[in-house]
Design a protein around this ligand. Sequence first.
Ligand code: KG4
Ligand code: ZN
Length: 377
Amino acid sequence: MSAADYSSEPGRTTAVDDADLTVLGLETSCDETAASVVRLSPEGEAVVLSSVVHSQIDDHAAYGGVVPEIAARSHVEMIGEVTRRAMAEAGLGYDGLDGVAATAGPGLVGGVMVGLSFGKAVALARDLPLIAVNHLEGHAVSARLGAPVAYPFLLLLVSGGHCQLLEVRGVGDMSRLGTTIDDAAGEAFDKIAKALGLGYPGGPALEKLAQTGGGSRFDLPRALLGRKDCDFSFSGLKTAASRLAQTCETDQDRADLAAAVQAAIARQLGERADRAMKAYAEEHPHRLFVVAGGVAANKTVRSTLEAVATKNGFAFLAPPMAYCTDNAAMIALAGAERLQQGLTSDIDVAARPRWPLDEARALSNPTHATGRKGAKS
Ligand code: KG4
Ligand code: ZN
């Protein structure tokens, strides 16, 4: 099986729908080395037995962003210890596992290869099924870690690398309603924070600075005003705000700009979510809106989206903060749900730097960049 047809491959084991499944998850696609053990019941309820996250923030801080080579080396150094801790905290030996799930992409491929290869080694040594998980699918199911959320739901996945609205019917069964045509929201937070002289990662630092600012002083551009679809664009905002940052003289100037940026990002997310909810509601009686990914940790973003959801008659849910940013519990859960359906992977499955969730849509939509290595989002 080639890497390219992995996502449509039906799998090679039989479904397990009558027993608890305990899965070790591994996440190494960016700057967190993470391992977690999650138990999934036949009814679909998830219990996190352990979730260990080693952040590399200190390794990258001096460079103002993630350095891929440093990230990959740090994953190599940490993956064994992080996994050992996750198993110990879960109180399990490897014979207590039913499968091993590892992020296989999208992400920084040097790092992805570390976690995926480690997962393959554990699977081979212990004769366990391997489940290669799309990192975005992990974020998509992450709300189910904190509450018994049933499918289907409308999802806004908003992180450092992605910004998409998706109809989620289950693992491996998602359609994209909209995506960013340029930058992700988290990327805009990070780049503007850098222009404001804030540390890395910029999102949380910008949120903190915005607390002392007022959002109405700076006039920032609004994107894609002539369009009625659910796509996003943050590059114009990023450029304008970065330029304004050079004109800021006082701390109050910077705080006011941070507040204006946060409000503009939350507003765009809210407007597109509003459109998506209206389209989704026409076809679905059960109205649930979920926001996931690192930017879902932002309180202004959360409250804006919650208000839009309430206005449209949708229940609103966001994962617990610890499961918004990168973690391995979401990978373990996506892996367990796949294992439940018999969707396991061959041992030669490849790491993928790019891997859209709704691949058919990403490849067929010419407004989105496809790049040399395949569709981006
Ligand atoms: O999901 P995540 O941990 O990694 C990716 O898969 O990208 O998301 C990281 C992103 C970064 O851009 C970070 O600045 C942003 O989430 N982020 C935030 C906040 N916490 C994390 N952005 C705004 N406000 C926050 N509180
Ligand atoms: Zn992520």
